[in-house]
Design a protein around this ligand. Sequence first.
Ligand SMILES: Nc1ncnc2c1ncn2[C@@H]1O[C@H](COP(=O)(O)OP(=O)(O)O)[C@@H](O)[C@H]1O
Ligand SMILES: [Mg+2]
Length: 454
Amino acid sequence: MLSWCPPSFRARRTTATAVVAAAVCLAVSVLFLLYTGNHAAEGAQARVTDAWDRVVPLIREGPLPAILTRGKVEAIQVVNAQRRVIASTPELAGRPAIGSFMAPSGHVRAMRTLCPPAGLKGCMTVVAYKVFQPPGVWLLYIAVPIPPWYGSTSALLLAIGVSVLATTMMTAWSFRDLTKAMAPVNAIRAELREITATDLGRRVPVPMRYEEIRRLAETVNDTLDRLESAYTRLRRFTADASHDLRTPITGMRAQLEEALRYPWDTDWLKMTEAVLAGVELLQATAADLLTLAQLDAGAPLHHDPTDLRLLVSAELDRRTHQKEIVKDLRESVCVDCDRLRITRLLANLLDNAERHASSRITVSVRADGSSAVMEVADDGAGIAAEHREMVFDRFTRLDASRNRDAGGTGLGLAIAREIAEAHQGALTIEDSERGARFVLRLPARDAGPEARTR
Ligand SMILES: Nc1ncnc2c1ncn2[C@@H]1O[C@H](COP(=O)(O)OP(=O)(O)O)[C@@H](O)[C@H]1O
Ligand SMILES: [Mg+2]
């Protein structure tokens, strides 16, 4: 089935310009032609008056010739008191009177439009004058052609010609201008069509001339920048993810093959524990990847009014600790948050701190202006300033951690930061005297009676 394609912007604008130009030309032409028509009617009247000026003295003073000259009018007839034609222009010679009307008493002039067979060629305006010629009233008929409403054919042709020319010029100008304005848009479209997922480095041309199109091109290029960096991150993430999933699988496979090859020399209990550790790592990685995918997809958060102090305290009470925990939870601070997610963030920080602390972990909650601040600090080796942003990247594990513990997924801090940002907050690593100090800032809300933990 053929689908209807709406006309292009250029076609619509050009058509609209043509219609408006034609309408304006038509209106101006009509006014012009009405003016020339009026002028022609006045000219006809002036010619009738001239003829009257010429013939009336001949009637009054005599002798009145039987054949009169036409002058600038079409025909003249003089009818005497007995209603006999006594003088006329040559074409009416010997013909009866062209009319029988006259002005009513008290008036000297009457006017009619007479058509054949009144003795005239075509319809004419005939003016009848009363001429008092004692003892009776004579009639002088003067005929002039009826001027058309547009005055003359040449005026009509002029109006049509100028209108057609003006409309054509306006339409052509509009078409040319739009074609020029649309050229950068077409260039942008052509370039965008060429850009594919593997070729995201290309950018659309930015025209210098048209402000709106320039801004459109700049916005498209900004969007392409973001797409490119998102795609690069996604590619790196996929590569890292497959690497981090393959490593434990390869390890487990090697252990299982070894065990099958030398079944009698294998410590099955130890081997099973090792494989189980690999499976747990895979499970943790898969769970973290799923969490990240949900956060990336912008899955909606629950925004429950929560006392951060109570939430932290509950999580610390729930966990078992290998290190000494110092709580600084004197201040209540209320936030709107997804409690499960913030608990997950805290758990990730505490897991890391347990792994890296020498002996002590300090957890504090406080208000700082319009922010609620939660800190998790430990007394371990800390994180060098140059690594403090890097550790939030996905699958980033510093060498020290790899050596210390192979069980981490390298996704914990990435998830924690995503959760903080999804709450319009921030998670950073700040200076401390010793060890690492993770600081979470969330927008605080006014404490209300409904603020509570789970
Ligand atoms: N408290 C800490 N002290 C020192 N280094 C840390 C601490 N927390 C995180 N790191 C470093 O940041 C890296 C990334 O942490 P994370 O994303 O939680 O992954 P994982 O814990 O699985 O290694 C860790 O591998 C470690 O090198
Ligand atoms: Mg971790």
